[in-house]
Design a protein around this ligand. Structure first.
Ligand SMILES: *Cc1c(COP(=O)(O)O)cnc(C)c1O
Length: 347
């Protein structure tokens, strides 16, 4: 094992003898499968799925220009986040670093695992404080979560800051790119070949329109992915999910068309918001949502709920005081929202 992984993995994980499933012990061609206690009558779903999802990974590898061995697939990116914490962080001893305001699951996964969270807030313009992060880093800060474009702020992190953190942070740097499809900034995916401590997360839940199938991707060098595969539940991605993802990958034009619409709608909503007296600040966004500061976020939130329109009230979150996070909907939904906002502003 690499010096790097030996240093970072939890000792019980480094010693782990993983579960060996029927489908992983026999590889090859056969016509009679009496090894997994399945029901033999074919209904398309009576067999266990491929534990390592090779067909799907081969398609993703071509699309993303990585090797299949550099891909882990999880039950949402949330599973990858959870496995990272459990692989690397000794409860009560190690820590993760998050940069609030950011996605909540990093902290929840750490809390569940009994792992301490070190919060190093973003600057006023929502950028990482590189010096403070590196100052706080030691041999027990195993994971640093960077979310870019960041949820709930919508902005991308400066590439120089991100690269400085990847180069100098002593643990694993997880860059969560759930929203990168909506951004002009290039993905960090190609950098996994250069940095053994880099894990990039992406998901089918946002631009691909498949939040319901629960499929997230983690990309890293092959040795790191091998450990994901050892600690994951054996059949973590079901057959229906694998099929739905492969079907979607065959029709990229559907997603591209939707993406164009959403980006146009994002501009349109920002323009409409910028002309409303209730708007105090609109934050730059590279995602499929907009963070907007208003005078009375709770009042506006309730007004919209009464109109049957639900946005995310982020006004109690650090650095997001007064803010609502609005997801870009269909053109029709966005019109309804804008109309309601104009009615509210005219009250
Ligand atoms: C929505 C989102 C995800 C996606 O999680 P899934 O489990 O793949 O649905 C991951 N990270 C961030 C920051 C998100 O906002």
């Amino acid at each position: 094992m690499s010096e790097f992984l030996t240093r970072l993995l939890r000792p019980n994980i480094a010693r782990l003898r993983p579960y060996s499933s029927a489908r992983s012990e026999f590889k090859g061609q056969a016509s009679v499968f009496l090894d997994a206690n399945e029901n033999p009558f074919d209904n398309g779903l009576n067999r266990y799925p491929d534990p390592l999802q090779w067909s799907l990974k081969q398609q993703i590898a071509i699309w993303k220009d990585v090797l299949p061995e550099q891909i882990f697939l999880g039950n949402g990116s949330d599973e990858a986040i959870d496995l990272l914490v459990r692989m690397f962080c000794n409860p009560g001893l190690d820590r993760i670093i998050t940069l609030p305001p950011t996605y909540g699951m990093y902290e929840v996964s750490a809390d569940i695992a009994g792992v301490e969270v070190l919060h190093i807030p973003l600057s006023r313009d929502f950028q990482p404080d590189v010096d403070a992060i590196l100052h706080a880093a030691d041999e027990h800060t195993k994971l640093l979560f960077l979310c870019s474009p960041n949820n709930p702020t919508g902005n991308v992190f400066d590439r120089d800051k991100t690269m400085a953190l990847i180069r100098h942070f002593p643990g694993i740097v997880v860059v969560d790119e759930a929203y990168s499809d909506f951004s002009r900034q290039e993905s960090l995916l190609s950098s996994i070949n250069l940095y053994e401590n880099l894990v990039v997360l992406q998901t089918f839940s946002k631009a691909w329109g498949l939040a319901g199938i629960r499929l997230g991707m983690a990309f890293a060098q092959a040795p790191v992915i091998e450990w994901f595969n050892k600690v994951k539940p054996p059949y973590n991605i079901n057959i229906l999910t694998q099929q739905a993802a492969m079907d979607a990958l065959q029709q990229p034009e559907i997603r591209e068309e939707q993406l164009r619409t959403l980006l146009r709608e994002r501009d349109h909503l920002i323009h409409a918001l910028s002309r409303m007296p209730i708007t105090e600040q609109i934050f730059p966004t590279a995602a499929n949502f907009v963070l907007v500061r208003v005078g009375d976020p709770d009042g506006l939130y309730r007004y919209l709920v009464n109109k049957g329109i639900i946005v995310r009230n982020r006004s109690t979150v650090i650095l997001c005081e007064g803010c609502l996070r609005i997801t870009i909907g269909t053109p029709n939904e966005n019109s309804q929202l804008i109309q309601s906002l104009q009615q509210y502003a005219a009250l």
